[in-house]
Structure formats: structure tokens, C-alpha cells
Design a protein around this ligand. Structure first.
Ligand SMILES: Cc1cc2nc3c(=O)[nH]c(=O)nc-3n(C[C@H](O)[C@H](O)[C@H](O)COP(=O)(O)OP(=O)(O)OC[C@H]3O[C@@H](n4cnc5c(N)ncnc54)[C@H](O)[C@@H]3O)c2cc1C
Length: 553
């Protein structure tokens, strides 16, 4: 069946959280609850500004057979993916979440950084929390100090915020939502993702396959994907590829061009001879085994840099020198609290209402604010500094590096100037840039159809599609201009899946002629209509769709 002539309905590229969220949502019959009805009543302007969010007409059901309430409960515009022919291709492995699981295992990350409602399950916002209770695994949740936890009264929390003891403002976190603001263990999150896979029967979809090029025939409407496992074809392609680019050293760092000559790497790059991330090169391992002192530099101020530092010391390195370009920022989450808090939809509404994508890109930059570490890791680093195994330098950059082949170490110069011993190995933990225009796989599409990009992200339609003629969808971090600052996090995965599923449903119905009334019936006031697409997208509340005023409700 899997030959070049076979045409899939949908190919999802990427089996990480964003790909899983889309696949699950395509198998889910009811829309996700991304907004509460009370939120819509509070933010009436969200509805007012919502017309600008659409680039294509919403799907409207005009079947007369059932009542409006029936249709609301059934979610008419959702599609039954049981009959869909879907393949998921992932360069890393043939299992869901294999790249995620590997990172967490090799960096020895025990708990997620995000709160309980950040997850890829389309069915229920509180699904992860419910799973934890159902499995009796409450002990695996970790308290977020100063935000939740039995030990701190309201008065104590106020006092601690005032004293500056806790790094992020907590006033957005309502006391009633305490259970949301715990962090799940990786183990419980992993089990929950497996539960999603099982529940939606997704286990056989993933193939290990690296997609190198995607082209589209505008006449037949078919995509052709060149992959490491041969040519594949599909009517719809969904890119859920994270940043989509391999991790590289910052272009302005003095090690560029010296990667083959000396011992320097990026934290997320595997050594050619090793199947695992973050492994030390043989010359450093030999020194450790011989009991000789070793010095490694870690560059970066994000959570990954702290995790790499801790892992290297755990592996036996004698001393790590961690260099941070600016101040070491401490935050609970990797984006500002208002974007994670209960009222984040208020901020999202201003994001969507921004005048331009440039303004949105600025909002993303501001909300994410560069790398930061959690209070938990601040404590770990502090202990390591105290024990003299870590030298932590803020406001410091490497200006010069020379590799001594005979001694197998670097001589490094910094600004401001530091006394640095010979350095055995350098690890850059500086994140991965997003630059859609340089993603190899989309080059044929860029040539054929072009697309504007801002801040390295494509200016997609509000349905996350390339344009109204090219059904290639993008979700996750690269869809940031439409999904907001949390696009690259688990929350973005769920939001992206929701928008894509609605549009996919609309396209398939149109192509297959399943519901001709979709087009014909649009705008016929005399018919009973439920705009369930707007409901599913959270652009309308149930009372509004039913035509009931707030007083009647
Ligand atoms: C160490 C670490 C910890 C994190 N912790 C959290 C957290 O606790 N909470 C949170 O919300 N976020 C966290 N994040 C952010 C995290 O990256 C995202 O939440 C999540 O991974 C985004 O999922 P994604 O599916 O969009 O991208 P990814 O997880 O990057 O998945 C993309 C997938 O696409 C595949 N792929 C890419 N290109 C191709 C290609 N050409 N062909 C085939 N396959 C391809 C990759 O192999 C990969 O499996 C963390 C990030 C890191 C690095």
C-alpha cells in the first residue's frame, strides 16, 4: 500500500506534542474547550474583533433533522477521522513523542516546566489533572513555590511577593485554580500521552522518515513528499516540526568554522558516533576515567543550560564554567505569567487584535523574554557554585577561541576578561532559531507559492494554512504569529490542532461532496443554523450560538 502512487488524505510531519494533538483532534468528535462561556461574557469584545480572524467562511450546518442543542453537543463540524487515511512521519523515531522523551531522559528532567492544563489532549482541558487523580499519582506533581501549595497562606503569599522572594508576580493565579498550577512529572506526562494514543487508536500511524522536500501540484492538488523512506503523496500536509531546523552554534560565536577542528557542540546535537545527546567526547571521558581534572564551558542562560551543567557534573566533569550573555533570569515558566495564567485569553485577544504581524512578533519576543531558569534550578546552581564545582558568570561573552590540538583543549578569551583554565569541551545551550525561509523541506513551496515571513515565522491564514489554495498547515512554534507566545509550548499544540481540525473538516467535506449544503446554505437566515465552527474555535459561546441573550440565560 505504501508506494509512491498511494495518496494519503493527510500526512502529518512530526510526531511530537503538536503532531499528536492534531492527530488526536482529527479523531475527536467534539470541539476542545479552549475558552469558557463566562470568558466570552466577560470579554464581549472578543466576539466583536473575531470577524477579522477569519480568512475563509465558517462551516455552517444546515441540516434540519436535529435540534440546535443536539448539534451543539454533537459538534457537527468535527469529522470522523475513523475513515481518514493518515500517515505521520518523524525523522527521530517510529513512536509518538520519541524526540521529547529522549530529551527528558538524557537531560535527566524529572518534571515539566509547564502547568497542568498544558497538554496535547483535545478532549478535556483538565484531562491531565483527571488522569493524575484517576491513576492515584498526585504525589508525582510538584508544587510551584509561591504560586500554589498547602504551606503558604494567602497572607504569606502576598508578603512573599512584596518582599521579592518569589520571582514572578502571582496575582494572576486565582486561589480557586490551585490544582492547575502544579507541574506534572515526565513519567506521568508520558503515561498520559500514551493514554491519548491508545484512546484515539493512533499507535500504528507513525513511521520513522525524514521529510526532505515538499512540492504541490496545483492542477491535481496533490502534495509530493521526498523522504528518507521514499516518495509519499497526500491531499493535505500538516507540518508539526517544532523549529524545523537542526540546532546550530550562534552565527556570531568564535567557534563557527572550528567545529570539526575542536571540541565544541550544541546541547541538542548528537555526536556522530553516539546515539545519545549530551555525551562527552572520548578525550574528556578518558581524562575523567584517569582521574584528571576536566573543565567544560556551558554557554546560555535558559533552563536547558542549567540542566546541561547539572548533567555534566553528574557525569564526572570536575568543573563547569557557565557563561551567560546577560543576567541569569529566574521565572517559573518560559513565558511571562500573564500568558500562562487564568486570564491568558485576555492577553491573547490583544495579540490577535494587533495591527500587524510585526507587532505580534514583538509581543512574542517580549512575552518570552529570552532564556530563564526556574527557582528550582536556581537553587541547584547556587549549591553547585557553593561547592566550587560551578563558576557562573553573567554578562560574559566569549570573544576568542583557539584549539590546541596537542593538548586537546581550548584557550578562551572573554569579555570582560576572565582567568580561564584550558577548556576541554564547550557546549552551547542557546536554543534553536526559527527561520521558516531556510527550512530545506519547504523550499519548493517557497519557490512556487512564496509566503511572507516575520520574525522567522510564516504569515499563515487564521486556519494555519499556507494560503486558501494550498492546504499545507503549520502548527507549533512556526505558527506563532497566529497562535501567540505559547505556540512553541504544549498549550500551542492544542490550540493549533483545534484550528487545523476545523479547516480540514471543511476541506474534506467540500472535496468529497459529503455536505453540499455547506456552501449552498451559508447565510440563509430562514434555516436553522448552528455556526459550530465559531463555537469550536471559541469565537462564540453556546448561548450566543443559540441566539439567547444574557438575560434569557
Ligand atoms: C528540554 C526541553 C524541555 C521542555 N519542557 C517543556 C515543558 O515542560 N512544557 C512546555 O509546554 N514546553 C516545553 N518545552 C518546549 C517544547 O519544545 C514544546 O512544548 C514541544 O516540544 C513542542 O512540540 P512540537 O511538536 O511543536 O515540536 P517538537 O517537540 O520539536 O517535535 C517536532 C518533531 O518533528 C520532527 N521533525 C522535524 N523536522 C522533520 C522532518 N523534516 N521530517 C520528519 N520529522 C521531522 C522531529 O523529529 C520531532 O519529533 C521544552 C523544550 C525543551 C527543549
Amino acid at each position: 500500500m505504501d508506494t509512491a502512487s498511494h495518496i494519503y488524505d493527510i500526512i502529518i510531519v512530526g510526531a511530537g506534542p503538536a503532531g499528536l494533538a492534531v492527530a488526536a483532534r482529527l479523531h475527536e468528535r467534539t470541539p476542545s474547550a479552549l475558552f469558557t462561556d463566562s470568558e466570552h461574557q466577560r470579554y464581549h469584545w472578543m466576539k466583536a474583533s473575531s470577524s477579522s480572524l477569519r480568512t475563509s467562511r465558517p462551516a455552517r450546518s444546515t441540516r434540519r433533522a436535529s435540534t440546535r442543542q443536539d448539534r451543539l453537543l454533537r459538534g457537527d463540524s468535527s469529522i470522523d477521522a475513523g475513515g481518514l487515511d493518515i500517515a505521520v512521519l518523524d525523522a527521530h523515531g517510529d513512536k509518538w513523542m520519541s524526540a521529547w522523551d529522549e530529551k527528558f531522559e538524557q537531560l535527566k528532567i524529572s518534571h515539566l516546566r509547564s502547568p497542568m492544563f498544558f497538554h496535547p489532549d483535545p478532549r478535556d482541558r483538565d484531562g491531565l489533572l483527571g488522569f493524575v487523580y484517576q491513576e492515584g499519582r498526585e504525589k508525582e506533581l510538584r508544587e510551584i513555590p509561591g504560586v500554589v501549595g498547602k504551606g503558604l497562606s494567602k497572607y504569606q503569599r502576598k508578603k512573599s511577593i512584596k518582599s521579592g522572594r518569589y520571582p514572578q508576580e502571582t496575582s494572576y493565579l486565582d486561589e480557586r485554580n490551585r490544582p492547575d498550577y502544579y507541574r506534572p512529572s515526565q513519567s506521568v506526562f508520558q503515561a498520559y500521552c500514551q493514554d491519548i494514543v491508545k484512546r484515539y487508536n493512533l499507535s500504528n500511524l507513525v513511521q520513522k522518515s525524514d521529510v526532505t522536500s515538499i512540492s504541490h501540484d496545483s492542477f491535481s492538488g496533490i502534495f509530493t513528499l521526498q523522504t528518507s523512506t521514499g516518495v509519499k503523496r497526500a491531499r493535505i500536509v500538516i507540518l508539526a516540526v517544532g523549529a524545523a531546523l537542526p540546532p546550530t552554534l550562534p552565527p556570531d560565536c568564535p567557534f563557527c568554522g572550528l567545529e570539526k577542528a575542536g571540541s565544541v557542540t550544541h546541547a541538542f546535537r548528537k555526536r556522530p558516533s553516539s546515539p545519545t545527546l549530551n555525551t562527552l567526547p572520548p578525550h574528556v571521558l578518558r581524562k575523567i576515567q584517569a582521574g584528571r581534572p576536566t573543565n567544560v564551558v556551558v554557554v546560555g542562560g535558559g533552563l536547558t543550560s542549567a540542566q546541561v551543567t547539572a548533567t555534566l557534573l553528574h557525569q564526572g566533569v570536575s568543573k563547569v564554567h557557565q557563561l551567560v550573555r546577560g543576567p541569569l533570569k529566574v521565572r517559573h515558566f518560559d513565558l511571562d505569567l500573564p500568558w500562562v495564567g487564568k486570564y491568558r485569553n485576555f492577553h491573547l485577544a490583544s495579540f490577535w487584535g494587533a495591527d500587524s504581524d510585526h507587532e505580534r512578533a514583538d509581543m512574542i519576543r517580549e512575552a518570552r523574554g529570552g532564556g530563564s531558569i526556574t527557582p528550582e534550578y536556581k537553587k541547584i546552581l547556587h549549591e553547585l557554585v557553593k561547592s566550587r564545582r560551578l563558576e557562573l558568570r553573567e554578562y560574559t561573552t566569549i570573544t576568542r577561541a583557539t584549539w590546541d590540538e596537542a593538548a586537546m583543549c581550548w584557550e578562551i578569551g572573554t569579555e570582560p576578561q576572565l582567568e580561564m583554565p584550558p577548556i576541554d569541551h564547550v557546549v552551547y545551550a542557546t536554543g534553536v532559531v526559527a527561520d521558516f525561509e531556510t527550512v530545506p523541506a519547504v523550499q519548493p513551496l517557497l519557490e512556487q507559492y512564496g509566503i511572507e515571513t516575520v520574525g522567522g515565522m510564516p504569515c499563515l491564514t487564521d486556519d494555519l494554512m499556507w494560503n486558501d489554495e494550498v492546504p499545507l498547515f503549520v502548527t507549533g512554534r512556526l505558527a506563532g504569529l497566529r497562535l501567540g507566545p505559547a505556540a512553541g509550548n504544549l498549550e500551542g499544540a492544542r490550540q493549533g490542532a483545534e484550528r487545523i481540525a476545523w479547516k480540514v473538516g471543511e476541506l474534506l467535506k467540500k472535496w468529497d461532496g459529503v455536505d453540499q449544503n455547506l456552501e449552498d446554505g451559508y447565510g440563509r437566515e430562514e434555516e436553522e443554523e448552528v455556526d459550530s465552527r465559531r463555537l469550536g474555535l471559541g469565537l462564540e459561546n453556546q448561548f450566543g450560538v443559540l441566539g439567547l441573550s444574557e438575560v434569557e440565560c
